[in-house]
Design a protein around this ligand. Sequence first.
Ligand SMILES: Cc1cc2nc3c(=O)[nH]c(=O)nc-3n(C[C@H](O)[C@H](O)[C@H](O)COP(=O)(O)OP(=O)(O)OC[C@H]3O[C@@H](n4cnc5c(N)ncnc54)[C@H](O)[C@@H]3O)c2cc1C
Length: 387
Amino acid sequence: MTTISVAELEAIRDSVRALCAEFPNEYWRETDRSREYPTKFVDAMTKAGFLAALIPEEYGGSGLGLRAACAILEETHKSGCNAGAIHAQMYTMGTVLKHGSATQKQDWLPKIAKGDIRLQAFGVTEPTSGSDTLALQTTAVKKDDHYVINGQKIWTSRAEYSDFMVLLARTTPIDKVAKKGDGLSVFMLDMRDALKAGLTIRPIRTMMNHATTEVFFDNVKLPAANLIGEEGRGFKYILDGMNAERTLIASECLGDAQWFIKKSVDYANDRKVFGRAIGQNQGVQFPIARAYAQYKAAALIVERAAEMFDAGEAMGEEANIGKMLASEASWAAAESCVQVHGGFAFAEEFDIERKFRETRLYQVAPVSTNLILAYIGQNILGLPRSY
Ligand SMILES: Cc1cc2nc3c(=O)[nH]c(=O)nc-3n(C[C@H](O)[C@H](O)[C@H](O)COP(=O)(O)OP(=O)(O)OC[C@H]3O[C@@H](n4cnc5c(N)ncnc54)[C@H](O)[C@@H]3O)c2cc1C
């Protein structure tokens, strides 16, 4: 069990804030405008060791646990930066850590912790299957000492800037498996090799700077030694990692919410219209107050989810609810921030329109709100299943 004191967490937050201060709004405005990958920021976060917070010390990480990792991402977003370019490295390695062999862990984790290899790509979603992961169609067929991959992924973020991809593919046809969740396997795909033989990456320009792509596999060969865990159990392995992912993303939303709320309060106190501060009007004040209340409530459950994860307890309910409430709180804060700023919200130089676009993603990815509600309804409350 990882225990970290409040003082240690505060020290981590201080150092994240100091690093983020070197990446002011102008940096994010410019990378957003040109849809450039924020390489300098990624390098700085890697060098500072922040991306290795969840890698145990024996593999060169800091082994600080999920509470610390959440503090890092929350503080990053609260400072106005965006962790979309880096967050995957924190959680995708969890599949290797939890289910990889001793050799795999020894081979990859120290290099990931040091920043010698980048593991930023996570290939699950496909254009035809969407949220229905079990319907994915990319296949991995075993031939002698390797697998041959064919198919397509979509929304594979950061693939152009990653050396490896954690890839989920079907190894047994769906009509030949005993249980619905069987037949999918997880691989560590070395994209540097694959790009020379059968892997194509096509960037997708999106409404925010997220370096997302679609990837195509045309007879891509992958060493059998890169299979993680047992063949056919990949869906379970991926699900295992999703609770950490959801809690980390929720922390980014909490950071965004605080950024928007501070911006709103400062402006509402400062801006005078009809001879008084606009924040004196309850029509302006209450949406900010409501967003703050939503953020505070979400923060409690996200903190609880991280504590439970660090204590090795099952926390699917807390992770999912935390992700949903935090993404809604950041959206409420974003929405009220736009309204408070009136016309100025739309000016690039206020950074609100950029953060507004960025935070909207988290009600859709990495899991959409409806799918969380279905999980609560079906898995927690025992209501009839819709799928
Ligand atoms: C910028 C970006 C980055 C991403 N990065 C990655 C990545 O790195 N790796 C990766 O694997 N994926 C990634 N994704 C994919 C993301 O996880 C999916 O977009 C998300 O899970 C939703 O899937 P979908 O887009 O296919 O929507 P769909 O599954 O097509 O759903 C569309 C809508 O219908 C709703 N819906 C579907 N089924 C039901 C149901 N049974 N009940 C109620 N509502 C339902 C959904 O909630 C959603 O609102 C990314 C997406 C984006 C936009």
